[in-house]
Design a protein around this ligand. Structure first.
Ligand code: ADP
Ligand code: MG
Length: 560
């Protein structure tokens, strides 16, 4: 690395803004850290420059047991970057992406498994006066504020060791709990005392105050799991099969389901959901009218459309509520989902239910839809896909549910026995399907994605939930398990990796390409995506990446 960054910045005082680019490369800082200008900034209004601060292992001096495993490294990095964000504090020009309640793998901070060295990556709006370099301010930011923040946040000696350790152990417990689910035949777990409600729809921190009811498990569903740090932890185990959550409006059904939805991620200490987990292959579904669908076999749910189209090979630019949800279900199973979550609040009613009276009034051959209630058992029995449904408005599911949990004033109870009793009295409803036939694998045509990428490697996150993809916009608003806006950037990079890295080759199915993507991201998820572009991103799951592929308007699928 070069030395003398401060002097160099001073000498650039008043120079053309573009000369910042002459600084690209590595600089040794007086404290021993290395500052790397990875990407310059064309003008004061362009996206901020990218900077990395590298701290060698012996300088960071982080105890090895805090970074020995990938899980601990992810947790430690998440802790460090939160400290770094706090340490740069009010400096608007320095943008450290610390993240929210989830502990995600992110590009903003990584800890090396080889030697415990730390890299902090951030955006820096390089200071200028008009189109001239403000060298003095740049020196203050890059040679004083940033090094001081690095010293305070990225060295073990200046950290709160107790809190750092608790952070790492919290995440490790959560991972251990999630890993324990499958062996116990569970799809989810909600610990006693967990705090599920959030402060508001736009504030993901835990709700606080006297009105908050901590979670209490029904005795019938209580299980105890031994965790590496917390020891024996009890809570409600959500079993494999068909699970129904019932109860009056405003009694906490959706809140419980949402906790399971985000149980695919680990949470920071104090979040309230540290010990609320669900299987990694859990996918939330919802209706999303207007979305695109490309060659999905939805005939299990939709058949005999009035326009005569073939629903075993169904495409549309503008799906209805029910067809969009049917397609999303099939796509999730295609991508490998083992648990599906559905909330009546966001589901298409006509895809969920069709009761006895409606069966009498509207003959089956006049109704294209076959409700999920008739294939949900087969989904589990024949395909190993469990479900958790929130359904307070219809009793038809009582017949097909393995478990029924009732929420009453935020307290769950197991009402399975009573539900069976009630369901044993026939309603006259006739089943409209025998089984779920499974999904048809599709092969994405890379040319249909490539055309928009080549020469224009700009898949960009726009706002919180839109990805611009060449000329198209991919709307991810209905993809509810995206936990962080930076994951949208990560999805964009993953798509680019799939196309440019040849993972999609016109022969591989989408599921096979996603397997390869998972392999590429297995060891160091951020490293693989950083080879595409240095940006602030959080690593996405395969399911959200698949959801984005499925929503690209220009996408063509091949089918054998
Ligand atoms: P439902 O889906 O049954 O209609 P919601 O889950 O939407 O109910 O919850 C209704 C309201 O109750 C929400 O404002 C939510 O934040 C709040 N709430 C949910 N669970 C709890 C709880 N355990 N303690 C306090 N408030 C809660
Ligand atoms: Mg609700």
């Amino acid at each position: 690395p070069r030395t003398g960054l401060a002097a160099e910045l001073r000498s650039l005082e008043g120079a053309q803004y573009g000369r910042y680019k002459s600084l690209i490369g590595r600089w040794e800082l007086p404290g021993g850290e290395t500052l790397e200008l990875v990407r310059g900034q064309a003008d004061p209004y362009a996206p901020p420059a990218r900077i990395a601060v590298h701290v060698l292992g012996e300088l960071a001096a982080l105890p090895e047991d805090l970074w020995r495993t990938p899980t601990r490294r992810r947790a430690l990095a998440s802790y460090l970057v939160r400290q770094a964000a706090r340490a740069v504090g009010g400096e608007k020009a320095l943008r450290v992406d610390a993240g929210g309640q989830e502990v995600l793998e992110r590009s903003s901070c990584t800890v090396s498994g080889a030697d415990g060295s730390v890299t902090l990556r951030l955006g820096a709006a390089l200071p200028g006066r008009g189109r001239r370099i403000d060298g003095r301010e740049a020196e203050r930011l890059l040679c004083q504020v940033l090094p001081r923040a690095a010293e305070r946040a990225l060295r073990y000696g200046s950290l709160d060791a107790e809190r750092a350790r608790r952070f790492v152990e919290t995440v490790e417990d959560s991972v251990a709990l999630r890993d324990a689910l499958e062996g116990r035949g569970l799809v989810g777990f909600v610990a006693e005392g967990a705090v599920l409600p959030r402060r508001s729809g736009v504030d993901d921190r835990p709700a606080a105050g006297e009105g908050v009811v901590p979670f209490v498990s029904p005795a019938e569903l209580r299980v105890t799991v031994e965790l590496p740090h917390a020891g024996a932890v009890s809570g409600m185990g959500v079993p494999e099969g068909v699970n129904l959550v019932v109860g009056g409006g405003f009694h906490g059904k959706s809140t419980l389901l949402r906790a399971l939805e985000t149980g695919i991620w680990d949470h920071v200490p104090g979040d309230g959901r540290e010990l609320v987990v669900s299987r990694a292959e859990t996918v939330k579904l919802r209706a999303e009218d207007g979305r695109r669908v490309e060659r999905v076999d939805v005939h299990a749910f939709v058949d005999h459309l009035p326009d005569g189209s073939d629903t075993s090979d169904f495409s549309t630019q503008n799906a209805s509520g029910s067809t969009s949800q049917a397609a999303s279900l099939c796509e999730a199973v295609e991508a490998g989902a083992r648990v599906l979550l559905i909330d009546e609040d966001t589901a298409a009613t006509n895809l969920m239910i069709r009761d006895a009276r409606m069966q009498t009034l509207v003959a089956k051959d006049r109704e294209p839809l076959t409700p999920l209630v008739d294939s949900i058992r087969s989904l589990h029995r024949d395909h190993g896909v469990s479900t958790v449904l929130v359904m307070g408005g219809s009793g038809d599911y009582l017949e097909v549910a393995d478990r029924v949990v009732m929420m009453d004033a935020y307290r769950p109870s197991d009402v399975t026995a009573r539900a069976r009793e009630i369901a044993s009295v026939p309603t006259g409803r006739r089943a409209e399907a025998e089984s779920f036939p499974g999904v048809v694998a599709r092969v994405p045509d890379p040319a249909s994605l490539d055309a928009e990428v080549r020469g224009r490697p700009r898949i960009r996150a726009r706002g919180e939930d839109v990805l611009s993809f060449g000329d198209h916009e991919v709307d991810l608003r209905a993809v509810e398990q995206i936990a962080d806006p930076r994951q949208v950037t990560g999805i964009g990079l993953a798509l680019e990796l799939m196309v440019r890295g040849g993972l999609l080759d016109g022969r591989r199915t989408l599921a096979e390409a996603l397997d390869l993507l998972d392999e590429a991201l297995a060891d160091e998820p951020t490293a693989a995506l950083l080879t595409i572009r240095d940006e602030d991103f959080a690593a996405p799951r395969r399911f959200e990446t698949a959801a984005a592929v499925n929503r690209v308007r220009g996408l063509r699928m091949l089918r054998s």
